[in-house]
Design a protein around this ligand. Structure first.
Ligand code: NAD
Ligand code: LMR
Ligand code: MN
Length: 571
């Protein structure tokens, strides 16, 4: 985010109402004139700070916190006080602060939501309040035309499972990253939790639990509740992108299929993860100088992320080769709790929504469960992806077995948060003699390259590298849907920006510190695709260069505009 434009806006709030409004509050940066005009003179220390001075002070305060969870709480409070300062601070120290507001620290904040709670945010919807859902939704929209809603029912938060009302934390964190990385105006975004109860017994037993203290609503009641919410979005916010996050695997798949033709929706765990993994894989195969259709791909953990990745990679193979969908699917070996997904498993051990082409039918897999090591031995995979939440599942034996058959094994342990990662990159690096091409879901330090002074930077293959751009590109285009082609265009652009394309010893994805520039490029690629396919609104400028400038101007930036008091102004 840059600090260039200096515009003036009309504001109708005075005194404490202005200081307590995080959207408009400037704290010590209110100018002398604003202090006179808005009844703030005696309410602030005398000096007028610049935003940079405020950032410096906030950073000092941040550093004085002694643990990551306290740093996370500090940043939450700052967000509740002053959006501009919050985003300016994050932008100034992006790589350092990102893991604090997002994975892995946000997982702890969500798990302890009812104990850390200080101030509510976004919209909480629960079954007993179904009758007032429309009124509550409209209240939360505050009369604004929204561009983005992030919604979670919190059944599968990151890898830490059902978190009940704490789920608002993931919706809010994902929305923050849309602003930080893509420039979505925070006033046009809303975080929502569908608090339909929880099956997390620890939460149900916790006297301080703040959510709807019932078992999870299921079946028809659940469907009607979600239906009512989506219908409200369609009715009152028809142009708004609806982002689904961390739903349980079967609901995630079902809801995506159910609503994708009705409204512009996006499931991050399925589509975002599929797209970022495709980008990282494209970079990896540019290092191994192989083709995507020649890979043998083992995916460990066939939930939302694993299936999303399998489908995205399968579709990419079909697009870039002469393979049919069935041929492309035959490159995949999916494992879940009962080992390899194969025809001979009992029916109740394979989720019904998994298409049969992704289930192995060869007879030589035999009866009984087939574990990861056995699959590696037989398949000799070139690619091993972890989306299982099973820590350390990629053992020394597994990695060494993989190395017997391929020179540069591609190993992506993607489970979050950090402690659930399938293999620590340091171990995979050591066991593979520095040969593994790696990407992880949470950030890890670089590893040694044997015989070299240089370090190998482990790419952070997290959907946050791509979803802000996919979403912002879709918002800009006003397309009725985020189409598969728009997603592929975004993934392709991201892979072109991978450092490994220039130097095979470099990371498979760009660093998170560059997330703003990267997601702008992704958004443009998505927009271009929408224009090319005739899916973009007629309001989008006609020329390519014009579109780039227009898109740039549409980004929200963390700067203070000048305020003029006006009774008809913002409240
Ligand atoms: N890096 C990213 O961008 C990204 C994106 C989405 C999800 N994730 C991570 O991936 C993990 C899974 O997320 P999800 O949304 O797919 O969850 P999910 O619950 O939908 O899927 C997890 C799957 O793993 C299976 N599983 C559990 N234990 C297993 C074991 N021991 N062996 C094999 N399979 C096992 C489960 O049965 C389930 O099917 C989480 O840790 C999440 O944080 C990472
Ligand atoms: O939130 C993340 O860190 C990525 C992903 O959406 C996940 O569920 O793990
Ligand atoms: Mn997620």
């Amino acid at each position: 985010m840059t600090t260039t434009s200096q515009k003036t806006i009309k504001v109708a709030l005075r005194g404490p109402a202005l200081l307590n409004n995080p959207r408009f509050n400037k704290g010590s940066a209110f100018t002398r004139k604003e202090r006179d005009d808005f009844g703030l003179r005696g309410r602030l220390p005398y000096a007028v700070d610049t935003l940079q001075e405020q950032v410096d002070r906030a950073y000092q305060q941040y550093q004085a916190r002694s643990s990551d969870i306290l740093r996370n709480s500090f940043l939450q409070s700052l967000k509740a006080q002053n959006w501009t300062l919050f985003y300016a601070l994050l932008s100034a120290h992006l790589e350092e602060l990102f893991p604090i507001i997002y994975t892995p620290t946000e997982a702890d904040a969500i798990a302890n939501y009812s104990h850390l709670f200080r101030r509510s945010e976004g919209l909480y919807l629960s079954p007993p309040l179904t009758d007032t859902m429309e009124e509550d939704f409209l209240d939360a929209c505050e009369g604004r035309e929204l561009e983005l809603i992030v919604v979670s029912d919190a059944e599968a938060i990151l890898g830490i499972g059902d978190q009940g009302s704490g789920g608002i934390g993931i919706s809010a964190a994902k929305a923050v990253i849309y602003t930080l990385a893509a420039g979505v105006d925070p006033a046009k975004a809303l975080a929502v939790t569908l608090d339909v109860g929880t099956n997390n017994q620890d939460l149900l037993d916790d006297p301080l639990y703040m959510g709807y203290r019932e078992k999870r609503l299921r079946g028809q009641g659940y469907d009607e509740f979600v239906d009512k919410f989506v219908a409200l979005v369609k009715k009152h916010q028809p142009k708004c992108l609806l982002h689904f996050e961390d739903f349980g695997v079967s609901n995630a798949q079902r809801l995506l299929a159910k609503y994708r033709d009705e409204h512009s929706i996006f499931n991050d765990d399925i589509q975002g993860t599929g797209a970022v993994t495709l980008a990282a894989l494209q970079a990896a195969i540019s290092v191994t100088r192989t083709n995507i259709e020649d890979q043998r791909i083992v995916i460990y953990g066939a939930g939302s992320a694993g299936l999303g990745i399998a489908r995205q990679l399968r579709d990419a193979i079909v697009l870039s080769s002469s393979c049919s969908e069935a041929e492309a699917a035959s490159r995949f070996y999916l494992l879940d709790k009962h080992g390899l997904l194969k025809r001979s498993l009992p029916e109740d051990q394979i989720r019904p929504e998994i298409e049969s082409s992704l289930i192995r039918s060869e007879e030589d897999w035999g009866d009984g469960e087939t574990g990861l090591l056995e699959v590696i031995k037989k398949v000799k995979p070139t690619v091993l992806i972890g989306t299982s939440t099973h820590p350390k599942a990629f053992t020394e034996e597994v990695v060494k077995e993989m190395c017997k058959h391929v020179d540069r094994p591609i190993i992506f342990p993607l489970s979050n948060p950090t402690r659930l990662c399938e293999v620590h990159p340091k171990d995979a690096n050591e066991w593979s003699g520095g040969k593994a091409l790696m990407a992880t879901g949470s950030p890890f330090p670089p590893v040694d390259i044997p015989g070299s002074e240089k370090k190998y930077v482990v790419a952070e293959c997290n959907n946050a590298m791509i979803y802000p751009g996919l979403g912002f590109g879709t918002i800009l285009s006003q397309s009725k849907a985020m189409t598969p082609d728009m997603i592929v265009a975004g993934a392709k652009r991201l892979s072109e920006l991978a450092p490994a394309l220039k130097d095979p010893d470099q990371a498979l994805l760009p660093p998170f510190g560059d997330i703003g520039d990267i997601n702008f490029e992704i958004a443009l690629a998505v927009l271009e695709q929408a224009v090319q396919d005739g899916d973009a609104s007629s309001e989008v400028p006609k020329g390519k260069e014009e579109r780039r400038n227009w898109a740039k101007g549409r980004r929200w930036t963390a700067v203070y505009p000048e305020y003029e008091y006006d009774e008809g102004g913002y409240k």
